[in-house]
Design a protein around this ligand. Structure first.
Ligand SMILES: Nc1nc2c(ncn2[C@@H]2O[C@H](COP(=O)(O)OP(=O)(O)OP(=O)(O)O)[C@@H](O)[C@H]2O)c(=O)[nH]1
Ligand SMILES: [Mg+2]
Length: 442
């Protein structure tokens, strides 16, 4: 089960609850905790995150206009985004970058990716192969550099990494490289030897940016690892690789939090161009499987409208503004014919559908010509001279506006009649067209 699935399951729990009370929120929190832990997020981080979600969710019940489910998704999402930190804006000037990380994290590949990135921004990059431990490290970086056409420096057979760094800086500066990227050796686990080597290299190289490279599938140890690196060489940011794989990514969340919450780049493939500048919203959307958050947020707006209409109907104060909003969301469902067919009305004569659509357009034009006062005080529109003015503004004849006003009045009366039946009211508010005829013939 991925994190997204777990979170959706948690949300489903609260979705069934009629009110967001402490019991319902606790049920949901338990499920979120479970899925975060299964996704390798550190326990401390899970409790911090879930206590924030809980606080917000309980406070949120006073927010009107958004359905429980969507509200909770948004809270969970916002808290995850908050925890992931801000979007990254890489500095586009001369700089020295050092990459550190454990075996196979993707350091060497990321060297090439960064070189390609800065080169595409008009800066001349150069890379230094300072991994003197892994036999093929030199060739790997040399080959990658060739494929993307950037300067490369390494000393084949050299066992002293400091020497490679010193000579490399000299060489690449001579070649006028502006962004110098240093590849370092990995280890299977963090040890004293690695710590010592990194400290020495960092002193000689004096990097402007030191990035910790971690793989998205690394698991819970990511946080611990990040702290170990950070206590020896100051980590400026994290690069999460292999986000394209089946990695759960939760470990990345922990690592980021452990070093002050900054992801800088995301690796999303093996090729040198598979690098993205970090965008926290995109990352969390991917992590949680909310493929289309803009659509979700759009829906949030719709449900606010729905709720406003319900309220208006309940207190018997439907006005042109809320009614218009409702008609708009009905329109969003697609062409009227398709919507009606969806509801089981297959044999509608084309001219009936056509007429309804025509009427909707006219209604919209008329409402657009009303003043805000008129929209909010529908009784004002019973006035003939106001109708004449609106007709003129909307390019309609006064008789049509009169009909529209009378249709609206009928709908309004009907809504009041239904206000005691909440279930039906809700369905109406959702714009179910089988009730459309009740909307005064719209
Ligand atoms: N799918 C995918 N594979 C990646 C990504 N980044 C790196 N890899 C692959 O992961 C493997 C290890 O990458 P390297 O760049 O060699 O990792 P490293 O940290 O330099 O490894 P050591 O030098 O052994 O410590 C290679 O097969 C890469 O092609 C990524 O973002 N996505
Ligand atoms: Mg390497």
């Amino acid at each position: 089960m991925d994190l997204g699935e777990g979170i959706r399951k948690a949300i489903a729990k609260i979705n069934g609850a009629s009110v967001i009370d402490e019991v319902a929120v606790n049920e949901m929190i338990k499920e979120i905790q479970r899925s975060l832990i299964l996704s390798d997020v550190e326990i401390e981080l899970v409790s911090k995150l879930t206590s924030n979600i809980k606080k917000q969710a309980l406070e949120a019940k006073i927010q009107a206009g958004i359905s429980n489910r969507e509200l909770i998704i948004k809270i969970v999402y916002d808290q995850l985004v908050l925890m992931m930190g801000e979007n990254y804006s890489p500095q586009l000037n001369s700089q020295k970058i050092m990459l550190v990380g454990l075996f196979g994290a993707g350091k060497t590949t990321t060297c090439a990716k960064l070189a390609k990135f800065y080169s595409s921004k008009g800066l001349k990059p150069g890379v230094i192969a300072a991994d003197v431990h892994r036999p093929a490290a030199y060739e790997q970086l040399e080959q990658l550099s060739k494929s993307i056409n950037v300067d490369f420096f390494g000393i084949k057979g050299e066992t002293d990494a400091s020497k490679v760094v010193e000579k490399g800086l000299e060489h690449l500066h001579k070649n006028n490289c502006q962004v110098i990227i240093l590849d370092t050796a990995g280890r299977s686990a963090f040890d004293v030897e690695l710590a010592e080597e990194l400290k020495v290299m960092s002193r000689i190289y004096a990097p402007d940016q030191t990035y910790l490279v971690i793989s998205a599938d690394i698991g819970q140890v990511a946080g611990k690892q990040a702290r170990q690196f950070n206590s020896n060489v100051k980590i400026d940011g994290v690069i999460v690789t292999k986000m394209d794989g089946s990695g759960k990514g939760g470990g990345a969340l922990s690592a980021v939090n452990a070093v002050g919450g900054k992801v800088c780049f995301i690796g999303s493939g093996e090729k040198p161009d598979a690098l993205e500048v970090f965008d926290s919203k995109k990352f969390v959307a991917r992590l949680c499987g909310f493929a289309d958050l803009p659509a979700l947020l759009e829906k949030l707006k719709d449900s606010a409208q729905e709720e406003a209409l319900m309220k208006a109907a309940e207190i018997g104060k439907l006005d042109y503004e809320s009614f218009m909003g409702q008609l708009k969301s009905l329109k969003k469902m697609g062409p009227l014919k398709g919507v009606l067919q969806m509801m089981g009305a297959y044999d509608l004569p084309a001219d009936v559908v056509g007429k309804s659509e025509e009427r909707l357009k006219k209604f919209e034009a008329a409402v657009n010509s009303m003043t805000i006062y008129e929209r909010r005080n529908p009784q004002a529109m019973k006035n003939i001279s106001r109708q004449a003015r609106v007709a003129k503004g909307a390019g309609l004849d006064p008789q049509t506006v009169k009909e529209l006003v009378s249709n609206f009045e009928k709908a309004n009366k009907m809504m009041k009649g239904f206000s005691s039946n909440k279930g039906l009211l809700r369905r109406m508010a959702k714009g179910f067209p089988q009730l459309g005829s009740g909307f005064g013939g719209f």
